[in-house]
Design a protein around this ligand. Structure first.
Ligand code: GSH
Length: 228
């Protein structure tokens, strides 16, 4: 399978995490937002939504949206539970991630970490910070209420854990202090000990918070994005 991503995309990282945990080999085609790779016709032909991640699951057969791709990859594995009530809970937390959690953390990361939101005002930053803390507070209470378990499953993590992991992990890039969230910190550390865990930057294991573009002659011809 082939993953179209950008070097620092948290949404594409979800797919790489899932593939790593499942032991599924992926080839990567790393695109550049700044160079306009995502706006050109070749990418739009395979990705009508114009966003990464895109997963080519068979010749000419493309899947988009991280949630949907996680769902597709997790079929028949413990990452997608078999009981309908458990599936419903997983969908709840996937929806929470997309609707309330990811957006403010992405904005803060782009503003403070990657420095690409030049027009952001103090009011914008205050708004995103409040929203990010609200979302992290919800996640903290959920995890604190079920010590040693996963976001919404008991013995085995689900795709909800994968979906919520990248932007929670990267939230310090947006000046969020995770030490205020002990249950989240414990969950992140436990997640990172799972066999098959993938770093965001495979070339610099141990760093998930790198902001600089990596010079990567091994990644032509697509280069790297200054946004994500
Ligand atoms: N809801 C989508 C969001 C995907 C998304 O926002 N991707 C970003 C990178 S993390 C992107 O492609 N940005 C391109 C752009 O903003 O032009 C998902 O979960 O896959």
């Amino acid at each position: 399978m082939k993953l179209y991503d950008t070097q620092r995309s948290g949404n594409a990282w979800k797919v790489r995490l899932m593939a790593g945990f499942l032991g599924v080999p992926l080839t990567r085609q790393t695109l550049s937002i700044d160079r306009g790779d995502l706006r050109g016709d070749p990418f739009r032909r395979i990705a009508p939504l114009g966003l990464v991640p895109v997963l080519e699951v068979g010749p000419g057969d493309y899947m988009y949206e991280s949630m949907a791709i996680l769902f597709r990859l997790a079929q028949g594995t413990p990452w997608w539970p078999s009981a309908v009530d458990d599936q419903t809970r997983v969908l709840t937390w996937l929806s929470f991630e997309q609707s309330r959690h990811m957006h403010p953390i992405v904005k803060l990361r782009l503003h403070f970490g990657l420095k690409t939101l030049k027009a952001a005002t103090e009011a914008d930053v205050a708004h995103w910070t409040a929203e990010a803390h609200e979302a992290l507070g919800i996640l903290e209470r959920q995890l604190a209420s079920r010590p040693g378990q996963w976001v919404c499953t008991t013995a085995h993590p689900s795709i909800a854990d994968i979906a919520l992991y990248p932007y929670t992990r990267m939230s310090p890039m947006g000046r969020i202090d995770l030490s205020a969230y002990p249950a989240i910190e414990e969950w992140l550390a436990r997640f990172e000990r799972l066999p098959g865990y993938q770093w965001l930057f495979p070339d610099i294991p141990g760093s998930n918070l790198n902001t600089a573009e990596l010079p990567a002659p091994s990644r032509p011809p697509t280069g790297h994005s200054a946004k994500e």
